[in-house]
Every structure is written in C-alpha cells, then in structure tokens.
Design a protein around this ligand. Structure first.
Ligand SMILES: Cc1cc2nc3c(=O)[nH]c(=O)nc-3n(C[C@H](O)[C@H](O)[C@H](O)COP(=O)(O)OP(=O)(O)OC[C@H]3O[C@@H](n4cnc5c(N)ncnc54)[C@H](O)[C@@H]3O)c2cc1C
Length: 388
C-alpha cells in the first residue's frame, strides 16, 4: 500500500528544499526525495545574488565564502574594464555542495522528511492527487512539487515539451596556482562579454579557489571546452590546473509552456526559469518555490481546489524580470559596444547594481503582463533561432 503524505517534493536543490521548508512551516506533512546522496555537487558558479538571498526565508551566511561588491566587465578579452559597483554587496559566493546541504538541513529542521539517494521512477497525476513511484516504494500525495532540475522526470509527467537550452561549463582553480593573480579576486567578480555566442565568461572568487566558467547558446556545446581554455589562457591559467570541470544545460522556458496541473507545480529549472541573460537560476528557484508553497498551501487549507493560481502568480513575479533580461541579451548580442557604453554611465550601472541587489516589484496587471510577454517575444525573435 502506498504511503500517504500531503506533499511530495521531487528534487532537493535550491527550488525543492525551499519549497519543502515553506510548506512544512505551514504545517504540511512533506516528503522530499533526491536521487543523489547529500552532500552532492551540481555544475554551477555558486553565485547567489542579493536579489536571490532577499527572497529566502533565512540567511545563508554560514555557507557564504566571499561577498562580491564589484563586477568588472570587459568586452572581447581586451579594452577598458567597466566597474559595476555602488551600494554594498551584490552577490554571495558559495559552493553548491555546501549551499544545497545547508538548504536541505533547514527544511529538515522544519519537519521535512528528506530521503536522499531515492530516485523517482514514475509519476501518475490524478485530479485528486499524485502517486510517485521511487526506488524504495510508492508515495501518494495530495500535491507534487516538481523540483528535479533540468533533466528531471516531473516536467515529462506534466506533458511539458522540452525547454529551450543554453549550456555552460565551469571548473575550480586553487588559490595560489602558478601564473594567476588571484589577489584581484577577493570581493570582485569578472565578466567577459562578447567572447561566447549567447553568453559570457566569468571568474568568481571563492574561499580557497576561484571558479572559472563559460556559457552560451546550446550549439556552442561542442566548443565549450575550447571557450574555457581561451578564458584560462587570457588570464594566465593552465586549463589542466582546473579541478572538477563540469558542463550542464540551462533550461529556458518557451513562451506559454505549462508549469502546473491540478495537483502538481514545477519550480526552478524543472519549470525552465533560468535568466536568459545571466544564466542565473537560483533567484528564480527561490521565487518560484515561494509562490508554489503559497499556492499549494492554499489548496491544502481548502482555500483553493487546485494549483491553477500558480502560473499567473509566477508570471507576475518573474515575467517583467525575464523580459528585461531578454531585451538586455538582444542589445548585448547585436550591439555589445552600445551595451558596454551604457553600462559605463552612472545611471545604467546603478540600475544593474540594483537589479542584482533587490527583487523587482511584482506586476499583476493584465496590461503589464502583456507588455512583458511582448518584450520577451520580440527580443527572442530578434536574437534568432538559438533563442527560440
Ligand atoms: C555551469 C553553470 C553555472 C551556473 N551558475 C549559476 C550561478 O552562479 N548563480 C545562479 O543563480 N545560477 C547558476 N546556474 C543555474 C543554477 O545552477 C540552476 O538554475 C539551479 O541549480 C536550479 O535549481 P533547482 O533546484 O531548480 O535544480 P537543481 O539544482 O538542478 O536540483 C535538482 C535536484 O533534483 C534531483 N533529481 C533529478 N532527477 C531526479 C529524480 N528522478 N528523482 C529524484 N531526484 C531527482 C537532482 O539530483 C538535484 O539534486 C548555473 C548553471 C550552470 C549549468
């Protein structure tokens, strides 16, 4: 006989653990499963923007290794460097092995039953609930939160077609490695634009290492290692000195793709919520999990009969943010020098700094949402098939 719970959360990354935390806090009986044994790593730069941290229900200070308060931006591996700085910290640098364990621990402390090393094999969605078959047994739940990332099973269970994808690759360079001046990377991060089609390269400061990475359009996948080698070369790094080099896809939702059924919602990468300009996904993971927990909580309390409020709320919270990301990507891809020139002006630099620091206001007016959708659509079209 199937075990019965209120909510099953599939996946214990940033989206899953924070959704589970919030639902357990509301008094729900929550089981969270992850196929990996924790602590586990995940290909990621490990940068949590202040914007992302601001929507978390607790601080992540215990796992923050560096606080970035300046971004150095360049074009084409040369020329002048533009500094985006201003009013204090912008990004909290951590490692996913540490962050994700910490987030899962917070969920467990709220009463979540976390089962790592448990893979979901099959999902049956019904009008009145969900049945999830795992390696170790079947769990029946009132609702499922699908938080199993880019390549998970929940998106398929909802019948959602493949997202659009970008791709990124990163590795760690131990501090003190030969030929590399890591003294510059205490509280500053470097972004190299106009070097990879559809993306950029980065150097992020961490505790005992710096993280070096590149990302771009999916079709750059076969050339990602060459792009990584190039950014290393430019900075006097031997690629062979990088440890734990890993690549992964970044899912970007296509317009109108479903994110909910009666009794299931998708959050984070499972919903394809990665920022198309920066490739960040943790702010979106935390925001979608907050909205999912509210929607699922209302259903469990009897204030709603299904999860149909979720897509509209998600669009209100993330639609305008995604639209501005698409527009910025269009300008950066088509006229990088224009973008760079704008970034060097005080007002634009301040807007970018603010965007990294604070969550944008939610827009729920139908007119506002239509404008966001139109901006995203036109920008994607302008970028061509790689961004479709
Ligand atoms: C190279 C790279 C660099 C990045 N850098 C940044 C960055 O600096 N800042 C930022 O904000 N974002 C960054 N991102 C994006 C970010 O990593 C993701 O958006 C984020 O991890 C999404 O979180 P999530 O919880 O939705 O999914 P994930 O973190 O992918 O978690 C999904 C979980 O589901 C589990 N799972 C999968 N399938 C199953 C199954 N069948 N059964 C049970 N469990 C399952 C997995 O084991 C995993 O633990 C980067 C991405 C890449 C690829």
């Amino acid at each position: 006989m199937a075990e019965r719970v209120d909510v099953i959360v599939v996946g214990a990354g940033p989206a899953g653990s924070t959704a589970a935390y919030r639902l357990a806090e509301r008094g729900a009986k929550v089981v969270m499963v992850d196929r990996a044994r924790f602590p586990r790593d995940k290909p990621c730069g490990g940068g949590v923007t202040l914007r992302g941290a601001s929507v978390l229900p607790f601080a992540i200070d215990p796992v923050v290794e560096r606080v970035v308060s300046r971004m150095d931006v360049r074009l084409g591996y040369g020329g002048p460097v533009c500094h985006v700085d201003g009013e204090g910290p912008m990004v909290l640098m951590t490692q996913r092995r540490r962050l994700d364990l910490f987030l899962a621990e917070q969920a467990v402390a709220k009463g979540v039953d976390f089962r790592d090393g448990t893979r979901v094999r099959d999902i049956t969605l019904r009008t009145e609930g969900v049945e999830v078959r795992t390696d170790t047994g079947t769990i029946a739940a009132e609702v499922m939160v699908g938080a199993d990332g880019c390549n998970g099973v929940t998106r398929k269970a909802l019948g959602v077609a493949e997202h659009s994808y970008a791709v990124a690759m990163e590795g760690n360079l131990p501090r003190g490695a030969a030929g590399f001046d890591d003294g510059r990377y205490e509280d500053a991060a470097l972004l190299e634009f106009d070097v990879v089609p559809g993306g950029y390269g980065w150097i992020f400061p961490k505790g005992d290492h710096v993280n070096v990475g590149v990302g771009g359009y999916l079709e750059e996948g076969p050339r990602m290692r060459d792009h990584l080698r190039r950014i290393c070369q430019v900075h006097g790094i031997t690629i062979d000195d990088l440890t734990e080099i890993r690549g992964h896809r970044l899912p970007i939702r296509r317009s109108g793709t479903p994110v909910a059924t009666h009794r299931a919602v998708l959050v984070g990468d499972a919903a394809g919520l990665v920022d198309p300009f920066s490739g960040d996904g943790m702010y979106e993971a935390f925001t979608s999990s907050r909205i999912a927990a509210r929607t699922v909580g209302e259903l469990l309390d009897g204030a709603a009969v299904d999860c149909s409020a979720y897509p509209g709320r998600l669009a209100g919270a993330l639609g305008p943010h995604a639209a501005s990301a698409w527009a910025a990507k269009l300008v950066m891809e088509r006229a990088p020098w224009l973008m760079f020139g704008l970034l060097r002006t005080r007002p634009v630099s301040r807007i970018v700094g603010e965007r990294l620091r604070a969550a944008p206001r939610e827009h729920t007016s139908p007119g506002g949402l239509r404008i966001s959708q139109a901006v995203s659509r036109v920008s994607r079209r302008g970028l061509g098939p790689s961004a479709a």
